[in-house]
Ligand binder design. Structure first.
Ligand SMILES: Cc1cc2nc3c(=O)[nH]c(=O)nc-3n(C[C@H](O)[C@H](O)[C@H](O)COP(=O)(O)OP(=O)(O)OC[C@H]3O[C@@H](n4cnc5c(N)ncnc54)[C@H](O)[C@@H]3O)c2cc1C
Length: 452
């Protein structure tokens, strides 16, 4: 934790990135003002400007760890509000023609609706940190730029001044464009065209279904490339999401939705759906591209201003990375402030270098999986095809080796580096286990140490 050195900060946007940034800055500045254009009601319902909040949101272990450090006991708060705890052995994952082994890694995740998570973080922030305030129903219209630095923000009728402004305004942030007249060029944007379509339905689990299972089914990306997930949430409900790529859109009528689920290579989701009560319509969401603003490549930044969260990198949502990467970026903002100080002209570049390192691994993980589909186009990281050839072996090894399955889960949860899958010992394990891969029934949970 940094030492509070005085000064003030404005965070634009009270979504996950904004709340994490505010938490980090609360340790370091006298006052943090969060400005949010939506009305914040305190109810666990999706907000207008965060339409993705209606869809399932998986919190990866990396993000969960970060939140637990910033808000000790937050998992208990979430659970008390209805969130569902689960062990890694309860994650049923079908990919590459078979079910992955289900190792118990000792880590227990927490599954809930996105609004519950956001509200819980916001509640903890406001109760625990008196130097943070959230002003809702106020949209920031523009930045105040003076002498090459951002000195505050302008809203309809008011001016707020601060030493640092952090824009956590999501994928379509406009604030970087506003800096161009002041001589700051816009960043290059790397995109990966996936044209993903979500169809999501919240259901009540059947009376016989109380186990908190997370189910993921991924079709062969070279032939079909559909997928589905089920995440348990509050009040005995589950969020079922089906997804298609490159124009393959899950139907919104009940029969079509069920048929799409039935087309997946495992019956796990279709069978589960059959015993549930729908609690609303099938909701859709489309995202044409994953996109990454290459802030770290810019030569000049105005002092007093950074963007953070989806504004830097908006991932293909199926990998569940966005919230956790936003939290990791916020952590790096804190470190950059500790090193350079709030008002330093070096702060933005230093933060963007750190944020780029945070983004690089999940971006590559997502890109590798996306480019396994030959229809995907765009910024393909070097080495992706080679990586994917190895990953084919890893995925098949997960069908028989709890160790490989456990390691892959840790990599996908951003708590282990991908190179941990390629050590000589692990590679030997991968190639041996991949040879034994059967396409078969869902394996029972296993402890991590058991075999292979
Ligand atoms: C369909 C879908 C599913 C997803 N699933 C997952 C998942 O399973 N796991 C995961 O980790 N991530 C997931 N994500 C990504 C995740 O939602 C984001 O990464 C996360 O919300 C962090 O984004 P953010 O805070 O940077 O921006 P956003 O969530 O987009 O929030 C931006 C905020 O800024 C506010 N704002 C914008 N402009 C202004 C302004 N001018 N003045 C004031 N306020 C303003 C908005 O009202 C909003 O509150 C998913 C995304 C989608 C689209």
């Amino acid at each position: 934790m940094g030492e509070r050195r005085g000064g003030t900060a404005i965070v634009i946007g009270a979504s996950i990135a904004g709340l994490c940034a505010a938490r980090v800055l609360s340790d370091r500045v006298d006052h943090v003002t969060v400005i949010e254009r939506d009305r914040i009601t305190g109810a666990h319902i999706p907000r207008r400007s965060v339409p993705q909040g209606r869809h399932g949101h998986v919190l990866l272990a990396a993000g969960h760890q970060r939140l637990r450090r910033w808000f000790p006991g937050i998992t208990g708060d979430l659970e008390a509000a209805g969130a569902v705890r689960y062990g890694t052995e309860e994650v049923v994952f079908h990919q590459a023609g078979g079910y992955r082994m289900r190792p118990a890694l000792g880590y227990r995740g927490v599954s809930m609706t996105r609004p519950l998570l956001e509200e819980t973080i916001r509640g903890r922030l406001l109760r625990g940190y008196m130097n943070v305030s959230v002003t809702d129903e106020v949209a920031v219209d523009g930045l105040i730029v003076e002498d090459g630095r951002v000195a505050g923000v302008r809203t309809d009728g008011a001016v707020y001044r601060a030493d640092l402004v952090v824009a956590c305004t999501g994928r379509n942030t406009r604030f970087l464009d506003q800096l161009e007249p002041a001589g700051f060029t816009a960043p290059d944007v790397s995109t990966v065209r996936i044209d993903i379509a979500y169809g999501t339905r919240t259901v009540r689990l059947g009376s016989g279904r109380t186990d908190p299972r997370i189910v993921l089914v991924v079709d062969n990306p070279r032939a079909g490339h559909r997928m589905g997930t089920v995440v348990p949430v509050e009040d005995g409900r589950a969020i079922v999401t089906l997804a298609g790529f490159h124009g393959d859109v899950p139907p919104t009528d009940a029969d079509g939705f069920h048929a799409f689920a039935r087309s997946l290579p495992s019956p796990a989701i279709a069978d589960l759906l059959a015993g549930t009560e729908p609690l609303g319509p099938v909701l859709t969401h489309r995202m044409p591209t994953s996109q990454r603003r290459r802030m770290e490549l810019l030569k000049r930044h105005p002092a007093g201003f950074v963007v953070l969260g989806d504004a830097i990198c908006s991932f293909n949502p199926v990998y569940g990375q966005g919230m956790s990467v936003a939290a990791l970026q916020a952590q790096e903002l804190g470190r950059a402030v500790d090193r350079h100080g709030l008002r330093s002209s070096r702060l933005p570049a230093a933060f963007y270098r750190r944020a780029a390192r945070v983004v690089e691994v999940p971006w590559r993980i997502a890109a590798a999986a996306d480019f396994a589909d030959p229809r995907t186009s765009g910024a393909k990281p070097p080495g992706t095809d080679l990586l994917n050839r190895y990953l084919d072996h890893v995925l098949r090894a997960c069908h028989t080796s709890p160790r490989v399955a456990g390691q892959l889960l840790q990599v996908q949860n951003l708590v282990a580096h991908p190179r941990s899958l390629a050590t000589p010992v692990m590679a030997a394990r991968v190639f041996t286990a991949a040879r034994d891969s059967p396409a078969g029934t869902c394996p029972a949970p296993v402890t991590h140490d058991s075999t292979a």
